[in-house]
Design a protein around this ligand. Structure first.
Ligand SMILES: NC(=O)c1ccc[n+]([C@@H]2O[C@H](COP(=O)([O-])OP(=O)(O)OC[C@H]3O[C@@H](n4cnc5c(N)ncnc54)[C@H](OP(=O)(O)O)[C@@H]3O)[C@@H](O)[C@H]2O)c1
Length: 320
């Protein structure tokens, strides 16, 4: 877990803008488990955050000064802001997206942001979920998992099962979010419960947590199942690499496929996905919640909420 010594607050002057740049006052930070993985000094899909560098993070805010045709003063934008009060938006590869007027910034950063898009890409493209499939998702009451289960229902899954920590989260899943069933992994024996709930096996397993829950899921695959590797949060704070699942052979027996993905590789589809998510949102078909922590100083604590499971919904830090 990060602690008070992991980060420190530093004041630096606001940079002068070059042509094509805009100054953004950061209002919200998206607190994502992957930030913790970037803090490890190991190769990943992005380089580690270097010592003394601003913590890399998605954020959203308002353009307060502009020398760019892309960004107008007053625009609200979402992109890689970092954990800071002001950042510079560029027009290049890491340019920021402008949030449509009238859309709440936290919602834009949750359902219509990386969270909702990850769920959609992972379930429908990587998992190739189709009508009638049995879908199981871990981390089900979290930001991404709750979107996965609800999208699966909207797309006609025959059964949606969520795995989450504790009876309250399970009640939220089967009540408000209308999952068909929920398994409290903290009460134990996930493998047995999966076999009981899905006797024919699952067609899509969307994994957010890895570890023992992944192993339990691999024991209950249907023929030609798709195992979507979205995250492995149970190992992000581990000091040693956890042992892999002992039953990977089951992928062979079930002619199953296991595939990892990174949502930013699918940016060409983001616009179409956002349109579909926005439609469901307007129709009131997607339950969502944002867990807002006040103050940039509290960003490290906010990150830790994800690992203790103390978050209810998408964790955001309100900066200003
Ligand atoms: N591949 C991609 O492009 C991509 C993009 C975004 C997110 N992700 C991944 O998606 C996953 C979910 O991210 P999120 O932002 O939506 O976070 P989140 O689900 O809102 O929060 C994390 C949840 O993980 C659960 N958890 C923590 N430690 C656990 C453990 N040891 N065993 C089982 N569950 C544990 C906790 O729920 P409980 O109370 O139920 O334990 C916690 O609430 C993460 O693995 C993240 O890395 C991947």
């Amino acid at each position: 877990m990060v602690d008070v010594a992991t980060t420190s607050a530093v004041e630096t002057p606001i940079p002068d803008l070059g042509d094509g740049q805009a100054l953004v006052q950061v209002q919200y930070l998206s607190i994502d488990p992957t930030i913790r993985t970037w803090m490890d000094d190991v190769p990943s899909y992005r380089p580690p955050i270097g010592l003394g560098e601003v913590v890399r993070s998605i954020g959203g805010g308002e353009v307060v000064e502009s020398r760019s045709d892309r960004y107008k003063v007053g625009d609200r934008v979402v992109g890689m802001t970092g954990w800071q009060e002001y950042c510079v938006a560029d027009e290049g590869l890491e340019s920021m997206s402008v949030v449509p007027a009238g859309l709440d910034l936290p919602v834009a950063m949750n359902v219509l942001g990386v969270t909702g898009i990850t769920a959609h890409v992972g379930l429908l493209k990587i998992g190739a979920m189709k009508e009638g499939d049995v879908v199981v998702v871990s981390g089900a009451a979290g930001a991404t998992g709750s979107m996965v289960g609800q999208i699966a229902s909207l797309k006609g899954a025959s059964q949606v099962v969520g795995i989450a920590g504790g009876p309250e989260k399970c009640t939220l899943l089967t009540g408000t979010m209308k999952f068909d069933a929920a398994i409290d992994y903290k009460a134990g024996d996930v493998a047995r419960q999966l076999l009981e709930l899905c006797p024919e096996g699952m067609d899509v397993y969307f994994d957010n947590v890895g570890g023992e829950i992944l192993e339990a899921a691999l024991a209950d695959l249907a023929m030609h199942a798709r195992v979507v590797m979205c995250g492995a949060i149970s190992g992000y704070n581990a000091m040693e690499r956890p042992h892999g699942p002992s039953n990977l052979y089951n992928l062979i027996v079930k002619r199953a496929r296991m595939e990892g993905f990174i949502v930013s590789d699918h940016m060409a589809e983001w616009g179409a996905i956002q349109a579909e998510l926005a439609g469901w949102l307007l129709e009131g078909k997607l339950y969502h919640s944002e867990h807002i922590v006040e103050g940039l100083d509290h960003a490290p604590e906010a990150l830790n909420l994800l690992f203790t499971g103390s978050n209810t919904g998408k964790v955001l830090v309100k900066v200003s």
